[in-house]
Every structure is written in structure tokens, then in C-alpha cells.
Design a binder for this molecule. Structure first.
Ligand SMILES: *[C@@H]1O[C@H](CO)[C@@H](O)[C@H](O)[C@H]1NC(C)=O
Length: 264
């Protein structure tokens, strides 16, 4: 069809521009670990007048897109906040829908040429798995086992997660692993965090979409020190290079600034 030609030309041009931006960004220092609070699926659905279920599907598609982008940019580790322990308080229908999406998503991710295997990504699902339905638990275990030896990058899916639960488990494990009466150190706790156990480097950038400025119990221990925190107005399903690009430029500017500072 004649009408499709200009459209595909424009798409092709947009792709070239994106690749150029990626190439340009890759020339600078890259963060080793980015954490995302993927917020705004429900508000996005309301704004567009579509069912919440579709909002979550679009959010899932956005996650895949952003992950591909991060791995293409050679970000070593990405953590995504998929589901909070608190989210179990939502309607049964919505929770069931998210669980189904997660299970299908995990199964898809692990196929031969898909996101994880194609990019050499090790998957860690971190959080309180005892709360997951058995079929989802099984999909999680399968995906983790399959990607266990991948070492180019790491994906932490926080599901169902809260930072306080992670810290409590870490302190508990540290206490159980030490001699009676011995004093626990920060290092003991740090060593026992789910993220450390999954080989994650320190968090450089913390991003939350959809205009909410709360930390919501996500990577609190991990992002207490040198982490840059960014809030963006964009709803998660619409998040992409347009939002991530400026964040990375800001990161690079700060890294360069620090380096110059050291020299003088
Ligand atoms: C990962 O490596 C271990 C040890 O070399 C091996 O036993 C296991 O089968 C490997 N797993 C996969 C999925 O390749």
C-alpha cells in the first residue's frame, strides 16, 4: 500500500535516531544498577478509558521495552518493582490478573531468543515468594534455574517485595549465621540482602514514574548513599528512551563533574 510507505519511512527514521542516541549515551559512563518503581498503570488506564487489565498489559510491554533498552546500553543490573507485598490488598480480580501476567511473562522471557537468554541476563525474583500462588512459584523457579549461569547482566524482579521485609530477612539470616553474642555489622546485613545474594552492584539510579514522590519501601537500604533519585510525570506504560535519556545524561554529567573535582 502506498499509504504505508511514508509511515514506515518515519518509523525507520525514528529507529535510526534512537540508535544514534543509544550510541551517543554509550560513549559515556553507564550506571551499573538502575531501580525502577513502575508506577501509573492504573492512572494510565483511567486517563485512556481502558480496563485496568489492559493498563497492566501495556505496563508489562513497557517493562520489556525499558529492559531491552537498558541491556542494549550495557547497564549491568536492573531492578524492577513489579508488585509490593501491600498490593495483595487490591481486588482479587486485579491480583489474579497480575499473577497470570507474571506467569506468562516469565515463561515468555525464558524462551530461547527472548529477552533474558538473548542478552545473557540472570534473573532473580526477590521478595517473599511464599506469598505467590504455586504455579507462579514454579514459573519463577524455572526461569531462575534456566538463567542461573548467564553473566552479562542481572534482572531483579521484586515480586512480591518490600524493603522492610528484605531487611528483616537479612538481619535474621545474619543473626543466625553469626556466633551467639557476636555483634552484627552493616556488612553482615548487606551480605545477606536478596540483592547482594543475587550479585547486584550498588544502586546508582532510582526512578519512579507517574509523578508520585514516595520511595514506597523499595531498595531503601541499597539506595541510602550515592543513589540519584529521579521522579518523572510519565505514566509507566509510556516510559521510554525520552524519559531515560535525560536521566542518563544527568548521571554522566555528575560522574564527569566528580572526576574533574578529584583532579583539581
Ligand atoms: C549451570 O552451570 C552448572 C555448573 O557448571 C551446571 O551444572 C548447570 O547445568 C548449568 N545450568 C544451565 C541452565 O546451563
Amino acid at each position: 500500500m502506498a499509504a504505508s510507505t511514508p509511515r514506515s519511512l518515519i518509523e525507520w527514521l525514528i529507529l535510526q535516531v534512537k540508535l544514534l542516541i543509544i550510541w551517543f549515551l554509550k560513549a559515556g559512563p553507564m550506571p551499573k544498577h538502575i531501580g525502577f518503581i513502575m508506577d501509573g498503570n492504573r492512572r494510565y488506564s483511567r486517563t485512556k478509558g481502558i480496563p485496568v487489565r489492559d493498563g497492566h498489559s501495556d505496563g508489562f510491554a513497557a517493562m520489556r521495552r525499558v529492559l531491552e533498552l537498558c541491556f542494549r546500553l550495557d547497564v549491568k543490573c536492573v531492578s524492577v518493582y513489579a508488585f509490593s507485598i501491600e498490593n495483595f490488598k487490591r481486588s482479587q480480580d486485579e491480583v489474579d490478573n497480575i499473577m497470570t501476567l507474571a506467569k506468562e511473562g516469565l515463561e515468555g522471557f525464558c524462551e530461547q531468543d527472548d529477552l533474558l537468554q538473548a542478552n545473557g541476563v540472570r534473573l532473580n525474583v526477590i521478595g517473599d515468594r511464599s506469598l505467590l500462588p504455586p504455579d507462579v512459584k514454579e514459573a519463577v523457579l524455572k526461569a531462575e534455574t534456566l538463567t542461573r549461569n548467564n553473566s552479562r547482566a542481572i534482572l531483579n524482579i521484586c515480586f512480591p517485595y518490600t524493603s522492610r521485609h528484605e531487611m528483616t530477612c537479612a538481619i535474621d539470616a545474619a543473626a543466625k549465621g553469626s556466633l551467639p553474642g557476636a555483634e552484627l555489622t552493616e556488612r553482615d546485613v548487606d551480605f545477606n540482602l536478596f540483592t547482594t545474594q543475587g550479585l547486584s552492584p550498588p544502586v546508582d539510579i532510582f526512578i519512579r514514574s507517574s509523578g508520585v514522590t514516595r520511595l514506597s519501601d523499595f531498595l531503601l537500604w541499597q539506595s541510602c548513599e550515592n543513589t540519584q533519585i529521579h521522579f518523572t510525570q510519565t505514566y509507566w506504560p509510556q516510559y521510554g528512551l525520552r524519559e531515560l535519556g535525560p536521566v542518563l545524561l544527568d548521571y554522566q554529567r555528575r560522574v564527569w563533574h566528580k572526576r574533574v573535582g578529584f583532579r583539581t
